[in-house]
Write a protein that binds this ligand. Structure first.
Ligand code: ZN
Length: 151
C-alpha cells in the first residue's frame, strides 16, 4: 500500500466511524462552523475546565475531509490544556499550508495530501478555525457560543 492509500484509508475510517460524535449536555463552549463552498457544517461541544479540554463531542455533515478532520481533531485535543491545543491548531494549519509540523499530529498527517487540492483545504481547516475562534471568544469574555463561516 502506498502512503497515499494509507492516508486515504485513515480519512475514510474516521468518516465512516467518527470519534466523539454527538452532543455534550454540560459543554462550556459550543461553536458552529460552515464552509458554504462545499456544504460542510460542524458543531463542536467542549467542556473546558481549569484550562483543559475535559471532554469534546461534535455533530456535522459534509464531505469526508471535513468530517474526518473534525473527528481526528476531537481525538487529539481531548484532555489537552489550552496552550497545547493552540500549538496543535498552529501546527495543523501550518501543515495544510506546507509547513512541517513541530508537534506530533498523529492521524492528522493523513490530511496533508489535501494540499494538492487547494479548494479542499478549507474542508480540512474548518473545525480548526472554528475551534480557534471559539477559544479566542472564551478566553476574552467567557462566551459560550460562536459561529464561524469560512469565506
Ligand atoms: Zn468539504
Amino acid at each position: 500500500m502506498s502512503l497515499d492509500e494509507i492516508y486515504k484509508e485513515t480519512i475514510l475510517d474516521h468518516y465512516a466511524h467518527p470519534r466523539n460524535k454527538g452532543r455534550l449536555s454540560n459543554s462550556t463552549i459550543t461553536v458552529e462552523g460552515a464552509n458554504p463552498l462545499c456544504g460542510d457544517e460542524i458543531s463542536l461541544y467542549l467542556l473546558v475546565e481549569e484550562g483543559r479540554i475535559q471532554d469534546v463531542r461534535f455533530e456535522g455533515r459534509g464531505c469526508s475531509i471535513s468530517q474526518a478532520s473534525t473527528s481526528m481533531m476531537t481525538e487529539i485535543i481531548k484532555g489537552k490544556d489550552l496552550s497545547q491545543v493552540r500549538a496543535l491548531i498552529d501546527a495543523f494549519k501550518g501543515m495544510m499550508h506546507g509547513k512541517e509540523p513541530d508537534v506530533d499530529l498523529g492521524d492528522l498527517v493523513a490530511l496533508q495530501g489535501v494540499r494538492k487540492f487547494p479548494v479542499r483545504i478549507k474542508c480540512a481547516t474548518l473545525a480548526w478555525i472554528a475551534l480557534q475562534q471559539a477559544l479566542d471568544d472564551f478566553e476574552e469574555k467567557g462566551a459560550t457560543a460562536t459561529r464561524v463561516v469560512e469565506e
